[in-house]
Structure formats: C-alpha cells, structure tokens
Design a protein around this ligand. Structure first.
Ligand code: NAP
Length: 323
C-alpha cells in the first residue's frame, strides 16, 4: 500500500491507524498536475512520543526509584519566552515528568545565574536543566550554556554535546532537529544518498540538522543569507528544511516535484496566527510530503525535550544514551 493513502491527503489520521501502519515505507511518488502533498502530522507523532515518555518515566520510578525532573530557568519577562516555558511545564506534567520553574528578575546578574546553575548541577534530584533563551543583554549566553552540566543539558547546546554530535556519538541533541529526524523516520524516508538542502545555519537548528542528516548518509547543503541562487539550490533538493525566520520565504515553484518539505519556521502574523517559512499551499502542489505550521515541527520540539529529560535521567543512573 502506498504511504500517501495512509496519510490521507491533508487530513488527520487517527492514532490507531497510525500505529497499525507504521511499517509502511516512503516510496517515490509519481507527481502529476493534481498532486497534493501528504501532511506529516507533527501533533500526532509528538503525542505518540509523549506517551512513550510517560511510560518510560513510570518505569524509571518503579524500577529505579528515579523521578525524572526538568528545571526550566527563565530570566526576565519576555512574553514569548513565558509562553514557551508555560507550555514546557504543561507538557512535563502530562507526561509524568516533574517540572520545576525558576523565574528570575530581569536584573539578575550573570554570577547569580551561574550560582543557581551550579546548585542545580549538583542536585541529584534534578536531571534536566534548560535556561530559556534569549537571556537579557547583560548576560553572556555562551558562558551560561557552558556552565550547565553536559549530562543535564537537555537542550543539547553545550559544546560537549555539540562535539559528540559532530563525532557521531550523540548524547543529548538539540530538540528541534531531533524532532525533524523523528518525523522523517516516521514516514519511513530513507535519507541514504538524498540531496538535502537546509536553509539556515543556526546552532539551534541548521547546523545540528545538517549533522543529523549527514550521519544518515544524505548529501547536505547548508544555505544562508549569503548563498548564491538559493532557488536553484532548493530546486535540486530531495529534502528541504527551512529554518530562516522569514515568513513564507520559500516559494512553491522552488520545490522539486516529489520533494519532502520540512518547515521549521514559527512566524507570528499581524492577526496573531502562525505561519511557516514555506509558501504552504503552492509547495503542497509539488511536494510529496510537507509539514504544516502550526502542527508540524513545533510539537515535536517539546516532545523531544521530554525525551531528552528521560535520557538525562537514564544517564544519571549510569545508562548509556541511545545513539
Ligand atoms: P536564526 O538563528 O535567526 O537563523 C536564521 C538563519 O536563516 C540564518 O542562518 C540566516 O543566515 C538564514 N537566513 C536569513 N535570511 C536568509 C535569506 N534571505 N536567505 C537564506 N538564508 C537566510 O533562526 P533559528 O533560531 O535557526 O530559527 C529559524 C526559524 O525556526 C524561526 O522561524 C524560528 O522561530 C523557528 N524555530 C522553530 C522551532 C520549532 O520548535 N518549530 C525551534 C527553533 C526555531 P545568516 O547566518 O547568514 O544570517
């Protein structure tokens, strides 16, 4: 059976159907003028991941007496950060992961923040530490991220964890590209020999994404604001990952027929809605698979944060991280 029928053209597939048909693989689609891409439903995939986290958290408690706990540190009053932190806390609660939040005032000094991190690093009841970015201007983000114990670094931003990702022996990896890999795995997309184009080279998304795809034997091109003829690069890609920070920047006509399109972007419109970086309607006419915004990569990021917290709790009792 072809995977496109299982994803049912733009409609949500119920979870039982999903689970039963998981082994169905991606196959190259024959494109025609009436083609519409299959939607990769991040909400559904994330929900399944969160249920697995819930089971693993329960197992850690019953078998090892470990109560997985994530500490989120918020400095200041950035409204978007407040929403992200609240969502993370809620997701933890639903997955049976203990969540502790430290709200620090804007004027907190770097030394005070480092002192709190040192205390959390030393606390055996704390498994994951996340410092919400951006930090106020007077605090050096790099110094703060490097102060977090690499074994509790659930964002995967510590140079040690970045280095392990480069070396191909990952321990804790950045949640957003990790979530993208999960989505590709879910649709059974074999990356071997595929031409992948990533638009964006941030430490949070673009660079770790490139490494993860490379380790799966894709041929990766990383594009950025100085790239020449971006549309031509995208036109040659079997897989496009857009992480630019610019609303509907990638045009439908750039997409190679049959390509898989992953839209990482979260851009707020003037009317308060969310849009991605790909022109969704036009790209859907050419892509074989595409992620929506909202409901695509976003929910996966939080689910992978929970998974990383479980991995950190396992590391604390001497288990190895899954490669
Ligand atoms: P970022 O740090 O601002 O990086 C943006 C990248 O896009 C940079 O590498 C930049 O190139 C490149 N770029 C900018 N304009 C370009 C152009 N005209 N042509 C080609 N490349 C261009 O952003 P980020 O943190 O990676 O985030 C990217 C997007 O993903 C944002 O919309 C963000 O909200 C979203 N995001 C979503 C999630 C999620 O959970 N779904 C998580 C994180 C981020 P230069 O390096 O040359 O400046």
């Amino acid at each position: 059976m072809h995977l496109s029928s299982f994803f049912m053209k733009g409609r949500t597939v119920n979870r039982k159907t999903f689970a039963k048909k998981r082994t169905v693989k991606y196959t190259e689609k024959t494109m025609n003028s009436t083609n519409k891409a299959s939607i990769i439903n991040g909400k559904e995939i994330a929900l399944a991941a969160r249920e697995r986290v819930k089971a693993e958290a329960a197992s850690l408690r019953s078998k090892h007496g470990v109560d997985p706990a994530l500490v989120v540190v918020l400095v200041g009053t950035n409204p978007a950060s407040k929403v992200y932190v609240r969502n993370k806390g809620k997701a933890c609660e639903e997955a049976g992961v203990r969540s502790i939040q430290h709200d620090l005032p804007e004027e907190t000094t770097q030394a005070e923040l480092l002192l709190l991190i040192a205390r959390l690093n030393a606390d055996p009841q704390v498994h994951g530490i996340l410092v919400q970015l951006p930090l106020p201007g007077h605090i050096d983000e790099h110094i703060v991220l490097e102060a977090i114990s690499p074994r509790k670094d659930v964002d995967g931003f510590h140079p040690y964890n970045m280095g392990r990702l480069v070396a191909g022996t990952p321990q804790l990896v950045p949640c957003t590209p990790y979530g993208v890999m999960r989505m590709l795995e879910f649709i059974g997309y074999d990356l071997t020999g595929k031409d992948a184009v990533i638009i964006g080279r941030s430490n949070i998304v673009g660079k770790p994404m490139a490494l993860m795809l490379l380790h799966k034997s894709a041929t990766v091109t990383i594009c950025h604001s100085k790239t020449k003829d971006l549309p031509a690069k995208v036109r040659a890609a079997d897989l496009v990952v857009a992480a630019i920070g610019r609303e509907q920047f990638v045009k439908g006509g750039w997409i190679k027929p049959g390509a898989v399109v992953i839209d990482v972007g979260i851009n707020r419109t003037t009317s308060g809605g969310l849009v991605g970086e790909v022109h969704f309607d036009a790209a859907s006419q050419r892509a074989s698979f595409i992620t929506p915004v909202p409901g695509g990569v976003g929910p996966m990021t939080i689910a992978m944060l929970l998974e990383n917290t479980i991995t950190a709790a396992r590391l604390a009792i001497g288990h190895k991280a899954k490669a």
